[in-house]
Design a protein around this ligand. Structure first.
Ligand code: CP3
Length: 343
């Protein structure tokens, strides 16, 4: 068994009573760090970072050095999965992802690949191996993927959207096609996550970033069966499921085969605790916009949040990824407040 110098995250997930909650931030490896921006400016673009294991490793470790958080998350993107299935993406400066080709028809969905050997997911697997070596046990490494519906959103829509109406249209108009696509994404995701585990990640997080555009019925029909398959396939690794804007479906999450549920900042912690009881560790849920506040407010609100969770079945994080122009001083106040806290 690997010996970690800082295993607070793993002890918390295992349900041990800990001295304080662990802390890390979604999107901690990225534009909030001057080191990231400096490296990124020298490169052709975002994809070069993702696809060069040495660079992905370097960027993964930057927040450990700069912020001293309790976990690293491998630098990559959820969009490497649709790309491995045959839909390449571009990352357009100041706009976000764009897919020149999308899928809508049976023929287009049939054509998609489910990789089960060498694939262009290998660069992330290589990056994980390097990062594990380079971290040398300082903190656990988190691997991740997007949840099937969130990936479907990009494959059908081709870019970000406030409503993902084309993706929702597919669920209503062509439910069988939607299921076919979701199953292919699920199979690819299970393959990819197992490779991540074999390469050494200590925890897996699944991001259902666009769950908030659905409702309970659609979620039960088109999301839960696939998320359940993924959780069940990833049995021997701590698993975190984060579905943004999906509090309407929380009661169905209780029976998922996963240890941790990630919460966005809109949920009421007491209500969530009454749903999950002691069955799940909860992760979250500081409003990333509050990191623009002054340091006294940030520190007080952080302690208030920890107290609202009230026990050591809590991993401190934001309710969504940190915004790229957040002052580093606010981020540091947040992290240091957690590190100085004792139950
Ligand atoms: O630090 C980390 O969290 C690890 C790296 C990470 C990235 N993307 C790097 C990235 C992770 C975990 C992701 C996940 C991801 N990617 C999600 C799920 C999490 C969430 O935020 O809901 C989603 C929906 C994506 C898709 C994506 N990638 C979008 C919509 C964008 C554009 C918006 C933006 O933030 O610029 C990206 C680009 C992206 N992914 C960047 C980073 C650091 C910025 C690219 C750059 O450097 O120019």
């Amino acid at each position: 068994m690997e010996k970690l110098k800082n295993d607070l995250l793993l002890r918390t997930i295992a349900g041990e009573e800990c001295e304080r909650p662990p802390v890390w931030l979604m999107r901690q490896a990225g534009r909030i760090l001057p080191q990231y921006r400096a490296l990124r400016a020298k490169l052709s673009g975002f994809k070069e970072l993702v696809e060069t294991p040495d660079l992905a490793c370097e960027v993964t470790i930057q927040p450990i050095d700069e912020l001293d958080v309790d976990a690293a998350i491998i630098f990559s993107d959820i969009l490497v999965v649709p790309e491995a299935m045959g839909l390449t993406y571009e990352m357009i400066e100041k706009k976000g992802p764009f897919f020149p080709e999308t899928v809508n028809s049976k023929a287009e969905i049939d054509k998609l690949i489910v990789p089960d050997g060498k694939s262009n997911l290998d660069f992330t697997i290589e990056a994980i191996k390097k990062t594990k070596q380079e971290l040398n046990g300082r903190v656990p490494l988190i691997g991740f993927a997007g949840a099937p519906f969130t990936i479907l959103c990009y494959m059908v829509e081709g870019q970000g959207s406030k409503t993902f109406s084309k993706a929702r249209k597919l669920l209503y108009a062509e439910p069988e096609l939607a299921h076919k696509l979701l199953q292919k994404i699920t199979d690819t995701t299970i393959f990819y996550l197992k490779e991540q585990v074999n390469a050494g990640v200590n925890v897996i997080q699944l991001f259902d970033s666009w769950a908030g555009v659905l409702n309970t019925n659609l979620y039960l029909q088109f999301c839960m069966p696939y998320i359940k398959q993924i959780c069940d396939a990833m049995e021997n690794i701590p698993f975190t499921f984060f579905a943004k804007g999906a509090s309407y479906a929380y009661s169905a999450f209780k029976n998922l085969n996963c240890e941790t549920i990630g919460l966005d900042w809109t949920v009421n912690v007491n209500e969530v605790k009454s749903i999950f009881g002691n069955q799940k560790v909860l992760q979250g849920n500081f409003d990333p916009a509050q990191l623009y506040s002054n340091s006294e407010n940030i520190a007080n609100a952080t302690i208030e949040m920890i107290n609202s969770f009230g026990n050591s079945k809590h991993i401190v994080n934001l309710g969504h990824g940190v915004y790229p122009d957040t002052p580093l001083s606010g981020v540091k106040t947040f992290v240091n407040t957690v590190k100085n806290f004792r139950y």
